[in-house]
Design a protein. Structure first.
Length: 320
């Protein structure tokens, strides 16, 4: 049977999608990639393959899941299977460096960033930010990994030489301009099938590890709280959101063959917009969606249904 295959390493993130696929009566298979093998001499089953591998898989004990996913995606693409968020999407998922370069290529402003390997080089890189606040973060990140705010090189040096220093899983530490926002929130724009679905505002007043999803932490929030926690919802969908940057985001996604993504930005006190994350393992918050009457996983399930139907039609019309 031609079906939808969902490639992932964290079942908590597939529960809502599977419910939507069940609602639509779609055939699917759960393909866990926390471990496994790829028989390169065999052909993959017919169907469509949706990749939602996460850069933060190593924090859940799945250190090599992205590497296995990379092998699987290469195998699928070699055989011409339809892959949603294929190998190029995975490359960007596990590298902020690649994300920023792709964003800048399409005219999207990102914070000033320097990549460094080695503690001495991390400290040396901080000289580029002397006299201003900056943050550190991991290149292969998620969950706010390695995100720390510093006001001086001395403070960074004490951190790097302490036991509190978080070594990045790929060895690459990023140093980045600290973007001070007049309000403690970031905005995340959700796309399905390369089209804008909605924007969600995420309250960051209580710290970094927040997320639009019900069972995860948002990718790389770097807006620490300057104000007291508020009573407002942490996640809220922005009604009728529109901004010229959306067209640039679409171009970035299309250029990198990314169909499903959440792209995050922050605005500084002068109103300048800085984009700092492309999350191809995007998730959605059920409370915010229920309040707004908009449902990301439902839109995703409908998109997968259309892709599956297209593959079925191709199979029927193919020469015997």
């Amino acid at each position: 049977m031609t079906k939808i295959y969902v490639l992932h390493e964290n079942p908590e993130w597939t529960e809502h999608l599977f419910k939507r696929l069940d609602e639509l009566g779609l055939p699917y298979e759960d393909w866990q990639l926390s471990e496994g093998m790829v028989d390169l001499t065999a052909a993959p089953p017919e169907g469509i393959y949706y990749n939602r591998m996460s850069a933060s898989s190593h924090t859940r004990g799945n250190r090599y899941a992205p590497e296995l996913a990379n092998a699987v995606l290469a195998w699928l693409e070699h055989h011409g299977r339809t892959v949603i968020n294929g190998s190029r999407a995975l490359q960007l998922e596990v590298s902020k460096v690649l994300q920023y370069l792709e964003l800048e290529k399409h005219g999207v402003k990102t914070p000033k960033t320097i990549a460094a390997v080695g503690k001495d080089q991390v400290i040396k890189a901080a000289e580029q930010f002397e006299g201003q606040s900056f943050i550190t973060k991991h290149n292969r990140a998620g969950k706010g990994l390695g995100v720390q705010l510093f006001d001086s090189i001395d403070a960074l040096e004490r951190y790097v030489e302490s036991e509190a220093f978080e070594e990045p899983v790929d060895g690459v530490t990023l140093l980045q301009d600290y973007i001070k926002s007049p309000e403690s929130f970031i905005t995340r724009c959700e796309f399905v099938g390369g089209e804008f679905v909605y924007a969600v505002r995420v309250d960051t007043s209580e710290g970094f590890e927040l997320c639009p999803a019900d069972a995860c932490s948002i990718e790389d929030l770097f807006c620490p709280a300057d104000s007291e926690p508020s009573d407002r919802p942490k996640f809220s969908i922005v009604q009728d959101f529109d901004h010229p940057v959306l067209e640039s985001y679409k171009k970035v996604l299309k250029s990198n063959d990314i169909n499903v993504a959440g792209i995050e930005f922050i605005q500084d006190e002068a109103g300048n917009l800085y984009t700092y994350d492309i999350n191809t393992n995007t998730n959605y918050n059920s409370d915010a969606e229920a309040e707004a009457g908009q449902f990301g996983m439902l839109e995703l399930a409908k998109f997968l249904a259309r892709e599956l139907e297209a593959v079925k039609e191709e199979t029927v019309s193919a020469p015997k």
